[in-house]
Design a protein around this ligand. Structure first.
Ligand code: ATP
Ligand code: MG
Ligand code: MG
Ligand code: MG
Length: 563
């Protein structure tokens, strides 16, 4: 490609709203242009890079056995209403009405759409398992679109969905796609880590995020310096325990219940989300039940206020089933006797090591009467839930926790039956019995990944694209096109390189040498070949963009030199 014919508008100044390198450089190097907040167009060079990233993603998804398809960006509200997400997704979902006043969403994600298709087309276990994917624009009206392509409102995503007749089959697909993601981010040259993630409101259990390590990342990763443990900090609260009978902190230890390793896990199992500054108090009833109280804020022993109480839950020491039953029963069903309040009193007293509380439990439920913790109750633990900190013992017991900032570029998720159940997506099993489909979903932010590459591949002068995604492999510069010998040699080399199938951008513009060098550094093509003073001898200068290594090469040796 001749640069004189190319749309590659470079800028000397950073755009005023660009705070981070990838945003500044992608705009300055002429790869993207802003259309509106969080909305960017890709210019030709940017499009080339995008297609290369996509190609790697596509190749690895195909290797993992996924089938490419293309779903619509316009989605009728009906499907979103079936799952309830029309209401729960909130303002991030962009909505519009057609001329008949029918409601639509612009696809923020495609679980509903794909489940609707599979519900109609897959009827038998014989058609399973099945994994489909697409690479397509997604729309999310982000509260704070920023950092250029990192958090856009229209962005490119690769999303995949898998359908199964058994959990084992889902586990296999999850493993396969996890491996595909590892391959993708490795091939892209990224320094990344797969971390345990928060399953949030989506239900489901296993979920990992792929994080590119970068100071500008919005997520914090807690990882062990010895083991493979790594988690999004949202998922890695640590529990400091104190004996209730004393207000001196004891050595840090994990609170173990048979089903949950930490109180945080127990709380998650019970459907509570843990946040920083929350306290958990556990106390035992009848040698069998553990009551866990999650609280926030300060507590006055005699000033019982509900607002201070986050929640109270029951943990069964015996089995998971009983835990679930207990959650089902719920403390809320205990009526207006102020169970929460009395539990809080216990909590307060437990925290303060006092032995006088006016609450308790009896066998026909959890009716609190005048009892004394420490006497009628055994207070087992008081825990201060806070996020893991650097230097903490890793939750798996191996090594110390370190922190790193990360950009979420990928997310894999075992959805289970959440969508299929709500949308009635069933299949007939081997015995002719109707069963609900089991699902997984897997996303990669393709445009975000592109920006992450720039975050990891740049220097003071510009981008330093890794070869596999560079818009061109060679940047050929004719320093002074007014000099015949330079122009002739450059044109000759341009033709040769093109014939050899080398992707070459040829700077044939009538610009000063300084401008050409500065632009070339900014654009970041891996190898620069400069035709200058020694053109008459057939000698050109070669410079590797990333290392700065220079050498002189004769035109006859150039193809070998490049390949
Ligand atoms: P985030 O936590 O950054 O908001 P998310 O968890 O909401 O991301 P997912 O629903 O998991 O995103 O979507 C799959 C992938 O799409 C993400 O891992 C990320 O790489 C990408 N992505 C999500 N939101 C954006 C966005 N606003 N701009 C660019 N890429 C995005
Ligand atoms: Mg989000
Ligand atoms: Mg996220
Ligand atoms: Mg995510």
């Amino acid at each position: 490609m001749k640069q004189s014919e190319m749309l590659l508008p470079t800028l000397r100044e950073n755009p005023a709203d660009a705070e981070i390198k990838s945003h500044q450089l992608l705009v300055r190097a002429g790869f993207i242009r802003k259309v509106a907040s969080g909305i960017y167009s890709f210019l030709p060079a940017g499009t080339k890079v995008l297609r290369k990233v996509e190609a790697i993603v596509r190749e690895e998804m195909e290797n993992a056995g996924a089938l490419e398809m293309n779903m619509t960006a316009l989605q009728p509200s009906e499907h979103w209403k079936e799952t309830g997400r029309w209401n729960t997704f909130g303002p991030e979902l962009m909505r519009l009405n057609d001329r008949h006043n029918r409601e639509f969403a612009l696809g923020a994600t495609h679980e509903e759409e794909v489940t609707a298709i599979i519900r109609d087309e897959v009827k038998s276990y014989k058609q399973l398992p099945l994994t489909v994917y697409q690479i397509q624009s997604k729309f999310r009206d982000e509260k704070r679109p920023r950092f250029g392509l990192l958090r856009g409102r229209e962005f490119l995503m690769k999303d995949a969905y898998s359908f199964h007749s058994s959990n084992e089959s889902l586990d296999q697909a999850y493993e396969r796609i996890f491996q595909a993601y590892t391959n993708i981010f490795t091939r892209l040259g990224l320094n990344f880590r797969a971390v345990i993630a928060d399953s949030g409101a989506m239900g489901g259990k296993d979920t990992h995020e792929f994080m590119v390590l970068s100071e500008v990342g919005e997520d914090t990763i807690a990882y062990s310096d010895k083991s493979s443990y790594a988690a999004n900090i949202e998922m890695a609260p640590v529990v400091d325990t104190y004996e209730a009978s004393t207000d001196q902190p004891k050595e840090r230890e994990k609170v173990a219940t048979p089903n949950c390793k930490t109180m945080a896990e127990a709380a998650n199992a019970l459907g509570h989300s843990i946040s920083e500054g929350m306290k958990a108090i556990m106390f035992k009833i009848d040698d069998e039940k553990l009551v866990m109280v999650l609280t926030r804020g300060d507590h006055e022993v005699n000033d019982v206020k509900l607002k201070n109480l986050y929640d109270a839950s029951l943990i069964d020491l015996a089995s998971e089933e009983e835990v679930k039953a207990a959650i089902g029963a719920g403390f809320g069903s205990l009526g207006p006797v102020g169970v929460s309040e009395t539990v809080e009193i216990v909590a307060d007293h437990a925290v303060k090591g006092l032995a006088n509380a006016t609450c308790g439990a009896n066998e026909d439920g959890f009716h609190y009467t005048n009892v004394t913790p420490g006497k009628d109750f055994e207070v087992t633990h008081y825990a201060d839930l806070r996020f893991i900190q650097e230097g903490d013992l890793s939750p798996d017991g191996e090594g110390m926790i370190q922190f790193a900032k990360g950009i979420e570029v990928g997310h894999v998720f075992k959805l289970g039956q959440f969508y299929a159940e709500k949308m009635g997506a069933n299949f007939l099993d081997e015995n002719g019995k109707n069963q609900t489909l089991i699902m997984g979903c897997y996303g990669i932010g393709v445009s975000r990944t592109l920006a992450s590459i720039v975050e990891q591949y740049h220097d003071d002068s510009g981008i330093t694209w890794p070869k596999q995604v560079a818009p061109y492999q060679v940047h050929l510069l004719a320093l002074n096109v007014k000099k015949d010998e330079q122009k002739e040699l450059a044109e000759r080399l341009y033709t040769t390189l093109k014939d050899e199938g080398v992707e070459v951008l040829y700077d044939d513009r009538k610009e000063r040498a300084g401008v050409k060098f500065a632009d070339s550094d900014l654009i970041g093509i891996p190898l620069r070949i400069t035709v200058g003073k020694r053109a008459d001898e057939g000698i050109v200068e070669s410079k590797v963009r990333s290392s700065g290594v220079q050498s002189e090469v004769h035109e006859n040796e150039l193809v070998d030199h490049i390949k």
